[in-house]
Design a protein around this ligand. Structure first.
Ligand SMILES: [Ca+2]
Ligand SMILES: [Ca+2]
Ligand SMILES: [Ca+2]
Ligand SMILES: [Ca+2]
Length: 276
């Protein structure tokens, strides 16, 4: 019944799939329109070296397979997941899709990961550091991966996410790998009107970044806050920028010089009077 499935699966690696995918989903929404399917399959089959004479026939067959089991709720869209499953092995699939299962919704969590894997604090994730990240990721999902495969997957991820091809990943590259969600601070009007509103916003903001609930921002909590603040005015910042801005923020706000930003310190910094 599913005769086209076996020969295709595993013939494309994640980087190859991604390359085709990107042409259709440039802004990484995670889906394409149904009407783009023909062109998409056409591209994949051509990439795989399918004989031109049978491409059209195969496109139609693949299309039937993807459309058949669908309900009407998909609104004319086809998810990357559905298509990746058709072509990639389980592990390659996982590389592309783990982030969609568990997107990160907090910059603090993101910065924890960044600090952990940028082991030499260079402000970049090198291939070796990425390899360590991937090893832990597979372990965390209880997948055993041979060392040779790990090398291959590191190469694949570098190919996909190292946009400027300098052999290392910057903050925004890792943010894409981890599918970091929208900047938390975007929901607030920074020119908020009444003092009451501003206080309420401040409480929400502080609570969001003080993940450890210590009443102070420390470590990656400061990083996460700095990242989101800076990215309100600059589309994406580098690891070096982050470190620089972190230092400036601490110099400006950390009145008692303990390397943390207490709630009262941040309030003062933002020009708010709060009752402790
Ligand atoms: Ca590094
Ligand atoms: Ca790079
Ligand atoms: Ca804290
Ligand atoms: Ca302090």
């Amino acid at each position: 019944m599913d005769s086209a499935r076996e020969p295709l699966q595993g013939r494309l690696d994640a980087a190859g799939f991604w390359q085709v995918w990107q042409r259709f989903d440039g802004d990484e929404k995670g889906y394409i329109e149904e009407k783009e399917l023909d062109a998409f399959f056409h591209h994949v089959l051509t990439t795989l070296g399918t004989d031109a004479a049978v491409v059209e026939e195969n496109v139609q067959r693949l299309k039937q397979r993807i459309m058949a089991p669908q309900d009407v709720s998909r609104a004319g869209r086809v998810q990357m997941k559905q298509l990746a499953t058709m072509f990639l092995s389980e592990d390659e699939n996982f590389l592309l899709l783990f982030r969609q299962e568990t997107p990160l919704d907090s910059s603090v969590e993101f910065m924890q990961i960044w600090r952990k894997y940028d082991a030499d604090s260079s402000g970049f994730i090198s291939a070796v550091e990425l390899r360590n990240f991937l090893r832990d990721l597979f372990l965390h999902h209880k997948k055993a991966v041979p060392e040779a495969k790990l090398d291959e997957y590191t190469g694949t991820m570098m190919k996909i996410f190292d946009k400027n091809k300098d052999g290392r990943l910057d903050l925004n590259d890792l943010a894409r790998i981890l599918a970091l969600q929208e900047n938390f601070l975007l929901q607030f009007k920074m020119d908020a009107c009444s003092t009451e509103e501003r206080k309420r916003d401040f409480e929400k903001i502080f609570a969001h970044y003080d993940v450890s609930k210590t009443g102070a921002l420390e470590g990656p909590e400061v990083d996460g806050f700095v990242k989101d603040m800076m990215e309100l005015v600059q589309p994406s910042i580098s690891g070096a920028d982050l470190d620089k801005f972190r230092e400036i923020l601490l110099r400006h706000c950390d009145v008692n010089k303990d390397g943390k930003i207490q709630k009262s310190e941040l309030a003062l910094c933002l020009g708010l009077k709060i009752n402790p």
